[in-house]
Ligand binder design. Structure first.
Ligand SMILES: Cc1cc2nc3c(=O)[nH]c(=O)nc-3n(C[C@H](O)[C@H](O)[C@H](O)COP(=O)(O)OP(=O)(O)OC[C@H]3O[C@@H](n4cnc5c(N)ncnc54)[C@H](O)[C@@H]3O)c2cc1C
Length: 312
């Protein structure tokens, strides 16, 4: 067994080396991960997190890569993907209550929206049309004009960087715009607090939210959703897309990366794009918005590179 393979020895995990994780993101570009690891159980996951911590091995978590840019030079250490069935399921009647669902962090958002609609459980329809996993959505407090995932969180179970299991009750959590007070670490699962409703009406609501999203965002292009966070100006949160549009950035290009003509806060990538193009275009947009409005806009997209060693 290779030295790298030896690191995982007895653990119940699948390991791949030098995997093109950039291609697995929604941008579809960027470099490789030295090790992509798929744990097969919560026990294996805990042991792996602890082992990475003890050996000072960088650890990152890849959801669906819907809000992620992987640098062209790739990333070192371990990238975790929670795609084994132990991490992708939903369990209905959690805690013996019909309106509580346990969602594992690797569960897909599109499937979760559909399954909950089929079961006539509302409280999650605000997530219609948003790509990603439960874990990635909680980390980003993903959402939109109809609300965010934090609105239906009853509790979140995490692992800290030593592999210790911690449960946060919803009352301890403060979900804010694309952020929360949830400490750094790995999200394992969440209990969703939902409401039984008529499944037919709920399906219509989900379809409406999705149709609106499709009419306003370039959902069929390669992107990571909104590239920049909406800044707070004079106590009010304002649309970064509007600022970018008013600064005349629509259609700006660097290599194969382009500011979408449909939604100015989306950067889309073509076949010849690189992560370097996207980063350069983001900097050019930030400069132009600063010159035009005197306002700094910050990236919403998470950027992974070899120099940064955080757990997420
Ligand atoms: C076409 C398109 C439309 C979008 N529209 C919206 C929108 O309307 N609203 C919105 O908010 N977002 C939107 N996004 C962005 C994206 O869908 C969300 O941010 C989503 O939550 C990302 O989830 P993910 O699982 O893909 O996370 P990733 O992109 O894989 O990761 C994002 C971050 O979360 C961390 N993470 C992932 N899983 C875990 C875990 N289990 N534990 C701890 N950390 C974790 C990662 O390490 C990383 O830091 C859009 C993206 C696209 C491509």
């Amino acid at each position: 067994m290779s030295k790298r393979g030896h690191f995982f020895g007895d653990l119940d995990v699948d390991v791949q080396f030098d995997v093109h994780v950039g291609a697995m993101t929604w941008f579809g570009i960027g470099g490789t991960a030295d090790m992509l690891v798929h744990p097969r159980s919560e026990e294996a996951l805990g042991a792996l997190v602890e082992r990475c911590s003890q050996s000072d091995t960088p650890l990152r978590i890849f959801g669906k890569g819907a809000n992620l840019l992987v640098d062209d030079s790739g990333v070192d250490g371990v990238v975790l993907k929670l795609d084994h069935e132990s991490f992708t399921r939903l369990r209905f009647n959690a805690e013996g209550e019909v309106d509580r669902v346990l969602a594992m962090s690797g569960a897909d958002l599109f499937s979760t929206v559909n399954e909950l609609a089929r079961q006539g459980l509302d409280g999650f329809s605000q997530m219609a049309g948003i790509p990603g996993t439960i874990g990635g959505a909680i980390r980003m407090n993903a959402g939109g004009m109809n609300g965010s995932i934090g609105d239906c969180i009853e509790s979140v179970t995490c692992l800290d960087e030593t592999g210790q299991r911690l449960v946060y009750d919803g009352s301890q959590l403060d979900f804010r715009y694309r952020d929360s007070n949830l400490p750094e670490g790995l999200i394992v699962s969440a209990i969703l607090r939902l409401e039984p409703v008529d499944p037919v009406k709920l399906r219509e609501k989900v379809m409406e939210i999705f149709a609106y999203k499709k009419s306003t965002q370039p959902l069929s292009d390669q992107s990571a959703g909104c590239a920049f966070r909406n800044p707070v100006i004079g106590g009010e949160r304002i649309s970064a897309g509007r600022l970018i549009d008013e600064a005349g950035c629509k259609g700006m290009q660097v290599g194969g990366a382009e500011v979408s003509g449909q939604h100015a806060n989306f950067i889309t990538t073509g076949t010849d794009a690189t992560a370097t193009h996207v980063r350069a275009l983001m900097e050019a947009v930030q400069s132009r918005v600063r010159e035009h409005h005197g306002i700094d806009i910050e990236p919403e997209v998470v950027i992974w590179s070899r120099d940064d060693r955080s757990i997420t």
